[in-house]
Ligand binder design. Structure first.
Ligand code: DX5
Ligand code: ZN
Length: 216
């Protein structure tokens, strides 16, 4: 089954609890948490404190997308009873194998994200340890950008690679996903769809989640 992970980066932070409740009631599966440090990406978003403010308010698992340097230092802060996945960037981790093991040592699923310019082959020697590969379909840092079409080729390559090698990592796609392109993105082999502005920018957030779910 395909899963929908709304990104709270585009939520109204003054209403974060209420907006999260809306997406959960409408049937979203996961909450995507975008953490930006102003170094690895040219923007600062929020840290673990904001994510933790949702604890006890939602049953949905957190999917933590760390767009940060020195990820090892901060990973423990993001481990909570709701944390389902922690994803780090291939480009930001010098000792990627060690970082993946570190995430898994907390009993959390480990993901690695690939920027648009990063080839999927860079994950060949860690793929057997991965629970998820996040294909960035925009350059990370901001919500509301346009989908980069080359991401479809990368998704297909990763899907072929996991089939050929009998691997079971999930494929997540993040950036520029909307109602018009989501079906094609799913067909390429995606398991988890992230959507930020196209959900939280909608007039009726719950309704928009429903529209996405019909297309998955
Ligand atoms: C971009 C973030 C995305 C972003 C997606 O750096 O990783 O998760 O919130 O936003 P949309 O869906 O608006 O492209
Ligand atoms: Zn993200």
């Amino acid at each position: 089954m395909k899963k929908l992970a709304p990104s709270i980066l585009s939520a109204d932070f003054a209403q974060l609890g209420a907006e999260t409740e809306k997406i959960e009631k409408a049937g979203a599966h996961i909450i995507h948490v975008d953490v930006m440090d102003g170094h690895f990406v040219p923007n600062i978003s929020y840290g673990a404190t904001v994510m933790k403010s949702l604890l006890g308010k939602t049953k949905l698992p957190f999917d933590v997308h760390l767009m940060i340097e020195n990820a090892d230092k901060y990973i423990p802060d993001f481990v909570t009873e709701n944390t389902g996945y922690i994803t780090v960037h291939q480009e930001a981790c010098t000792h990627l194998d060690r970082t993946i093991e570190f995430i898994k040592s907390f009993g959390v699923k480990a993901g690695v994200a690939l920027n648009p310019a990063t080839p999927p082959q860079t994950l060949e020697y860690v793929a057997d340890k991965l629970d998820m590969v996040l294909v960035m379909s925009v350059n990370p840092g901001f919500g509301g950008q346009s989908f980069i079409d080359n991401a479809l080729t990368k998704i297909k390559k990763l899907d072929d690679f996991r089939k050929k090698n009998n691997l079971d990592f999930e494929i997540e796609v993040d950036g520029g996903v909307n109602l018009s392109n989501v079906r094609e993105i799913c067909d390429a082999g995606t398991d988890i769809i992230v959507a930020g502005s196209s959900i939280f920018g909608a007039e009726d957030i719950g309704n928009r989640v429903g529209e996405f779910l019909e297309l998955l």
